[in-house]
Design a protein around this ligand. Structure first.
Ligand code: AP5
Length: 283
């Protein structure tokens, strides 16, 4: 994820517009617009003056992070999302959780979704795509940034996402050997009170009180996990090929802390590049 300001879309900067009066107003200019200004020679790279009325005095506002995470069933997406959101404050949007909420609501879409999920198949696009778009468009996602988990899972979903104008900064892919995945699925338990993910062997509940209330997902059997894995393997290369330039592959068969350390380092690097890009852009 290294690059210079010409090879990546630079983050937006805030320009302060000084008027004759002491009050000042500000507006945000996207990185593309900054490039456009350079191209049209309204601003020189060696000068902070754009036009007599405008002066760049700070490059201080950047877009929130937009991250996608992908991987086979039980590769650790949800576990890493807990850690990432805790540190970076992004809005976690899990396609699987949205679908389970739809099932719980008793809607017709939920009923149809469950039929597919029980067979380990992808839920049809006409249900998933608008559901995810709706959540990405909510104010908290726009303001805090988002962490999209388990979407897109097909080329058509990736194309739809792009068509709606959602462009991720980074695509994290967790890689775990298949023989490990089944054991993880079967041992997974969820805490309905906190939403925390546990594993009976690798990440057991802290107290007996939590242990007795843990639940298991309806698709967390060995048989269903194998079907989900087959579906994943059929689609994964199509999705990967669409995000080649922003993909980082992470070895997920390590402790969750080690996996997170690598993700954390990539995200920190990305943020650091954003913070330094505007000043190099303007110098
Ligand atoms: P979804 O809910 O997304 O399920 P999934 O992709 O199968 O992934 P999981 O939630 O099972 O696993 P995870 O990677 O989050 O692992 P976790 O962190 O929990 O989707 C369910 C279904 O919905 C799909 O099959 C499909 O039908 C439908 N669907 C979803 N998205 C869709 C879409 N975009 N389009 C169409 N249909 C869609 O970890 C698993 C276990 O391992 C836990 O017990 C955890 O404690 C343990 N663990 C995690 N990390 C480690 C580690 N490093 N070491 C040891 N144990 C670990």
């Amino acid at each position: 994820m290294t690059g210079c300001v010409n090879s990546i879309s630079p983050p937006p900067v805030t320009l302060y517009w000084y008027r004759a009066s002491p009050s000042r107003s500000s507006f945000s200019l996207s990185g593309d617009a900054v490039h456009s200004l350079y191209r049209h020679r309204r601003v020189s790279r060696s000068s902070s003056i754009i036009a007599p009325k405008f002066q760049i005095v700070a490059a201080e506002k950047s877009e929130p992070l937009k991250i996608m995470i992908s991987g086979a069933p039980a590769s650790g997406k949800g576990t890493q999302c807990e850690l990432i959101t805790h540190k970076y404050g992004l809005v976690h949007i899990s396609a699987g959780d949205l679908l389970r909420a739809e099932i719980a609501s008793g809607s017709e879409n939920g009923r149809r979704a469950k039929e597919h999920m029980e067979k380990g198949q992808l839920v049809p696009d006409e249900i998933v795509v608008m559901m995810v778009k709706g959540r990405l468009s909510q104010t908290d996602s726009e303001q805090k940034g988002w962490l999209l988990d388990g979407y897109p899972r097909s080329a058509s979903q990736a194309t739809a996402l792009k068509g709606f104008g959602f462009q991720p900064d980074l695509f994290i892919v967790l890689e775990v050997p298949e023989e490990i995945l089944i054991e993880r699925v079967v041992g997974r338990r969820l805490d309905p009170v906190t939403g925390k993910i546990y594993h009976l062997k690798y990440s057991p509940p802290e107290t007996e009180e939590i242990a007795v209330r843990l639940t298991q997902r309806f698709d967390d059997t060995e048989e269903k996990a194998k079907l989900r894995l087959k579906t994943h393997n059929q689609n994964v290369s199509d999705v990967l090929s669409m995000y080649d330039d922003i993909t980082i592959k992470i070895e997920g068969n390590r402790s969750k802390e080690e996996v997170f350390a690598q993700i954390d380092s990539s995200l920190s690097e990305l943020l650091q590049e954003r913070n330094t890009a505007p000043s190099s852009l303007l110098s």
